[in-house]
Design a protein around this ligand. Structure first.
Ligand code: F0G
Length: 363
């Protein structure tokens, strides 16, 4: 900061994510013009949920608390800062929703046009609203995420715009900060870290992040966690070992049939001694409800897939009761209000009379 400038004129404060991890992320003398206050998300010790699952040390890394409500902001902040430095005229992404919401917000802050290519009819309402509100240019395709990403790769090669999907290496570089924060907050690495797998960038980035901390001497090699990835049963290419042409799941964020970071995900699994398995849509929705009703933490369906998977592994004794387990809740529940499954109460109005209200409350 230049002498004489009041502190509030600085957009990026020293506690902001890219400044906190400058030693691991930045080039010498690099300046970051854009921040929305990403990162620093809560790690909630889930005691009631853990009791239910037979785990004493279960923690939820609530990435829904990022500025646009998902983990995407950790990588988007670096990708957009660097796109600006490189003189980009526009950014573009394919998305199941969250990447587009994040790209739209950071591009707006940078004053850059943002184009998003989306699978028609499969993007959660909240995510669509975010991209629209930020002024992104939406293109809906009569196809799925994989087809949208294929088109975006071509547009990037043609130089029309900078691609800010996770095939942009700055995205995964920034997403390593999730792993670093988990270690910094716990004071150690967990025994196991679970997350949903869609395009497979995040599991790749977390594993890279843990490995990097080991290289830096902030962890020892035998402290590295097992990586547990979960795909929805109808969209499980990595588990099946082949692309899925028409992926289907209620967890639209991970409705992906041919993940870009496939090899990164299997490397994370194999090097860490972890697993990548499936969970059903029913398990996902049931677990989403358990998380909010036992812990007060509202995540979107895709995020609940990780907890559903851990629940299954704990029940099968493949995770021990005293292991330290972290589940990454990748996105906020408010993004997808249509997915909420509630079984109590009624939305049908009754007369505004105390007697009727008492009766409805079953008092
Ligand atoms: N959870 C949420 C909430 C997501 O939005 C995504 C991916 C994932 C998990 C999977 O992460 O792709 O790194 O394996 N969403 C992308 C998008 C595809 O377009 O928003 P991944």
């Amino acid at each position: 900061m230049r002498a004489g400038l009041p502190a509030y004129t600085r957009r990026v404060k020293s506690q902001d994510l890219l400044e906190r991890y400058r030693d691991l992320l930045a080039d010498a003398g690099e300046r970051f013009a854009i921040s929305l206050g990403e990162g620093g998300t809560p790690l909630v010790h889930a005691r009631r949920l853990g009791d239910e699952m037979g785990l004493r040390s279960l923690h939820l890394k609530f990435e829904g608390m990022n500025p646009t409500g998902s983990f995407k902001d950790r990588g988007m902040v670096l990708a957009v800062n660097r796109a600006v430095s490189a003189g980009a005229r526009a950014v573009v992404c394919a998305s199941t929703g969250n990447t587009s919401a994040s790209a739209a917000a950071y591009a707006a802050a940078a004053g850059l046009p943002c184009h998003v290519i989306l699978p028609a009819g499969r993007v959660a309402r909240g995510k669509l609203a975010q991209a629209l509100a930020a002024g992104a240019r939406l293109v809906m395709i009569d196809g799925n995420f994989d087809e949208a990403l294929t088109a975006v790769r071509r547009l990037g090669e043609e130089g029309a715009a900078v691609v800010v999907n996770s095939i942009n290496p700055h995205r995964l570089a920034g997403q390593q900060t999730g792993a670093w924060e988990v270690v910094d907050t716990l004071g150690r690495a967990p025994h196991a870290l679970a997350l949903p797998v869609g395009n497979a960038g995040n599991i790749t980035a977390y594993w890279r992040g843990f490995r990097r901390y080991a290289e830096e001497g902030r962890l020892t090699a035998d402290e590295l966690p097992r990586m547990l990835g979960f795909q929805a049963e109808g969209a499980a290419p990595i588990v099946l070992g082949r692309p899925v042409e028409s992926p289907e799941t209620v967890a639209t964020a991970i409705r992906i049939g041919n993940p870009a970071s496939w090899v990164g995900a299997t490397t994370a699994r194999d090097e860490s001694g972890g697993v990548i398995e499936t969970v059903t849509d029913e398990e996902i929705l049931d677990t989403q409800r358990m998380i909010i009703q036992l812990e007060g933490v509202f995540c979107e369906p895709a995020s609940a897939a990780a907890v559903a998977g851990v629940r299954r592994l704990a029940a099968e004794r493949r995770i021990g009761p005293d292991e330290v387990v972290v589940c990454v809740l990748t996105g906020h529940g408010l993004k997808d209000p249509d997915a909420v499954q509630a079984d109590e109460g009624t939305l049908t109005p009754i007369p505004p009379e105390l007697g009727a209200i008492r009766e409805a409350m079953e008092l």
